[in-house]
Write a new protein. Structure first.
Length: 386
């Protein structure tokens, strides 16, 4: 039987996350092969999508990754001071997607971080920086080619021209944009964004151009330009509607059974009787809920794996518990302390995400981040799978 009380050390009171670093290595090599020699940066924002930057970043560094993308200055500090402590003497670049965001250029320069400037409103903070520090600040520049989120618009390009006063205080490392339909690079709107990106960057100072992410890296060399930044694909989460090479899931999540009860027909399960047993049933209560990132939409939908079989979710999703109908199991087969697979080798992340009606990377980020942060010692790194 795949589910045993010895999978994780007690107490068995909440979900546990495991990492397969061999799968991470496979996915990195797959992305490297697809990118045909272009530079690759790993997107490790939001604590490496919840997987834990402390484990993920050193593994990626060992695989040859030298550029890391995060959202905030605090994420950059955490990456710099802990996860990449041993690699500080290497030529590693950390880019901060949210830009300066009110911080001073000196704060970034002190650690070698590169802000990705999100618009003209950030330029005032750079004015006079070179005179104060005796050097120019490396920056990346986000161009808004159609997502309407962050970036300089076409009406602000005079601020970026080679003769702009900006370049007295800054030097550009990357030109960056993001597709509004990243899951379908073949969409006409994506092709238009690519064309704008090419046209807009042509007269600007030379720098690495980056448009490809986890989906478009597999869409062919037309999308690769000079730099590819990848997140979801590294964790084995497909994000493209186009055919992609096989990616291996890095994360698996398990949650323990707290109680098993035999109940009569007509028994209410969950708040407001969201499920009523149509006959005698055996119900297993599992320590996993919306507080752990399990989508609230899984009311009488989806399943977890127990005893090597899919067991349907019945009733609603509480903050820390969910019920499974294990009536197909023999009496005594399912016991408290056994571990249900939420996603992993027996049930893919995509399968559960489809049942919940949410994107797979959303489910991964929420559930993985909450699982390993919610319990000290619950984060387990494995090199051979869960």
């Amino acid at each position: 039987m795949a589910d045993t009380t010895s999978r994780f050390a007690p107490p068995w009171d909440g979900p546990r996350l495991s990492l397969d670093l061999d799968a991470l290595a496979h996915n990195w090599r797959t992305v490297v092969a697809a990118s045909a020699g272009q530079r690759i940066g790993a997107v490790v924002k939001n604590d490496a999508y919840g997987l834990g930057v402390q484990a993920i970043a050193p593994a990626l560094w060992a695989l040859g990754c030298r550029e890391f993308w995060v959202c905030t200055f605090d994420e950059a500090l955490a990456l710099y001071h802990s996860a990449l402590e041993a690699a500080k003497n290497e030529a590693i670049r950390i880019l901060v997607l949210n830009g300066l965001a009110g911080a001073q250029p000196e704060d970034f320069a002190a650690h070698g971080f590169v802000p990705v400037l999100g618009g003209a409103h950030e330029l005032a903070a750079l004015c006079g920086y070179a005179a104060r520090s005796g050097q120019r600040l490396p920056v990346a520049i986000h161009l808004d080619t159609g997502l309407t989120r962050l970036g300089f618009s076409d009406g602000q390009f005079q601020l970026l021209q080679p003769d702009s006063s900006l370049w007295q205080d800054a030097m550009v490392t990357h030109w960056v944009t993001h597709l509004g339909r990243f899951h379908n690079p073949a969409a006409p709107q994506c092709r238009q964004q690519r064309q704008r990106f090419m046209q807009w960057t042509a007269p600007l100072p030379r720098a690495l151009r980056s448009i490809a992410t986890s989906s478009s890296v597999f869409a062919g060399p037309d999308w690769h330009f000079d730099h590819v930044r990848v997140g979801s694909a590294l964790w084995g989460v497909p994000t493209s509607q186009l055919p992609t090479p096989a990616l291996h899931p890095v994360a698996s999540l398990h949650a323990p059974v707290l109680r098993v009860a035999d109940v009569a027909a007509g028994t209410e399960v969950g708040y407001a009787g969201s499920y009523i047993t149509p006959g005698p049933r055996r119900i297993a209560t599992v320590a996993l809920g919306y507080g752990d990132g399990l989508p609230f939409t899984l009311v009488n939908r989806g399943s977890l794996v127990l005893g090597g079989r899919a067991m349907p979710i019945v009733g609603g999703v509480a903050m820390g518990m969910v019920a499974l109908d294990v009536s197909t199991c023999a009496p005594g087969e399912i016991q408290p302390g056994m571990w249900a697979e939420v996603y992993g080798p027996q049930q893919s992340l995509q399968t559960l995400a489809d049942a919940a009606g949410v994107p797979a990377n959303v489910l991964l980020t929420l559930s993985a981040r909450l699982a390993h942060r919610g319990k000290t010692g619950s984060f387990t790194s494995a090199t051979g799978g869960a």
